[in-house]
Design a protein around this ligand. Structure first.
Ligand code: FA5
Length: 367
């Protein structure tokens, strides 16, 4: 800047830009401190909702509130102090805001806007939220997995779209066996016709009809000792009635080690039934036939005064052990396969399996 004959002329060298009414940072800070003091005092001494609201408008009002006005002075603070001024401004805003919120809690019980409404009745019940639940079959699966886990059986999984080898061949179910009949299985004809691979003709795909397939998949990839449990969906073109459905769930157990016997199987089934149904649930086994177990048994448990079918079980057939490369002279094992819907129905006294799959929430909500 220089003067010529009393005439003010701006210098042509660059000066820091400062408004005509520049405000030193010290002044700005002083004004902010003073505002913070007056605002917090006003909120502290407010005695009711009205006086609190008056103070809110005076200090925090969006258009003409004192904080808003003071904020405009930021423009007058020199450039090099802007950062410090901005930080101070934010800190003071926070202090005032907190003082207001404290007063709100003190005077309005923390209910905020709603408490100022004369119609608002805090004693009325609130809006209840509908909490979703797991499907009863999923709940049963989780519980069964838990029980078997405590007995040392690790969960294992297998695909629902299976091949002939795992669903039949490796399970010692020969080509001529009626269990392979297309009328008793959901074969995937589309997948076969679209794929000219000749291996598919020998090893067609189908929706697995039993979880015993997982026995093979696990044994193919693991050396004994084995203790696994597999729970999942299986598919059969069964006529639907109160106890049958074309899609249902099974729990498969498999234990392979040295010297495993039917006594081990019975002990595990007894512990399983006792844990699932409570009290001491007697279990019995009856002779039966499955191509992949020898001897094979049907297992029943005694519940509510009668024997109820548990499912199929037995000692793993030596042919099955051989098909996965185990030495049947060295290892033996037991396996069982139970229907999960039937277990769930017994436990909850559900009289028709179809209730589980019609998805009526009035039914499902009860579990
Ligand atoms: C089997 O599926 C054998 N894989 C079980 C097995 C495993 C035997 C390991 C030996 C060793 P089964 O076809 O009996 O067995 O079926 C087992 C259980 O599934 C039955 O006891 C029944 O509870 C249930 N189940 C069978 N068909 C249906 C159906 N259509 N709807 C609902 N549950 C069914």
């Amino acid at each position: 800047m220089f003067m010529t004959d009393g005439l003010y002329q701006p210098s042509l060298t660059r000066q820091p830009i400062m408004s005509a009414t520049a405000m030193p940072i010290e002044e700005f800070v002083k004004q902010l401190d003073e505002l913070a003091h007056r605002a917090t005092t006003a909120f502290e001494v407010a005695t009711d909702a009205d006086s609190l609201d008056e103070a809110r408008v005076q200090f925090l009002g969006a258009k003409r509130g004192e904080f808003k006005s003071l904020q405009k002075n930021m423009g007058a603070v020199p450039g090099e102090s802007k950062k410090e001024a901005g930080m101070k401004l934010n800190a003071v805003k926070k202090t005032i805001q907190l003082a207001f919120e404290d007063a709100q809690v003190r005077l309005l019980g923390g209910a905020g806007e709603a408490a100022k409404d004369p119609e608002f009745d805090p004693t009325l019940p609130g809006h209840s939220f509908r909490v979703g639940k797991l499907h009863p079959i999923t709940q049963t699966i989780n519980e069964l997995k838990d029980i078997m886990g405590r007995l040392g059986f690790t969960p294992a999984e297998g695909p629902e779209v299976e091949d002939d080898h795992h669903n039949f061949e490796a399970l010692n179910i020969p080509r001529s066996h009626p269990a392979r009949d297309p009328l008793d299985n959901f074969y995937l004809s589309v997948a076969q016709s679209q794929n000219n691979d000749s291996t598919l003709a020998d090893n067609p795909l189908l929706m697995r009809s039993q979880t015993s397939t997982v026995q093979i998949r696990v044994m193919e990839n693991t050396e004994p000792p084995i203790r696994i449990v597999s729970l999942g969906r299986v598919y059969r073109p069964d006529e639907t009635d109160a106890t049958h459905y074309p899609m249902f769930h099974q729990i498969e157990g498999l234990m392979v080690d040295q010297n495993v016997t039917l006594a081990d199987l019975k002990t595990v089934l007894h512990l399983f039934a006792t844990n699932y149904l409570g009290n001491d649930v007697p279990v019995r086994i009856r002779p039966s036939f499955f191509p992949f177990t020898e001897p094979s048994v049907e297992a029943d448990y005694f519940w509510n005064g009668k024997w109820v079918e548990f499912g199929g079980a037995g000692i793993v057939d030596p042919n099955v052990l051989r098909s996965v490369g185990y030495d049947p002279e060295k290892y033996s094992g037991f396996a069982f396969g139970l229907g999960i819907e039937r277990l769930c129905m017994i436990r909850h006294q559900i009289t028709d399996i179809r209730y589980l799959f019609t998805n009526d929430v009035r039914f499902l909500r009860q579990f």
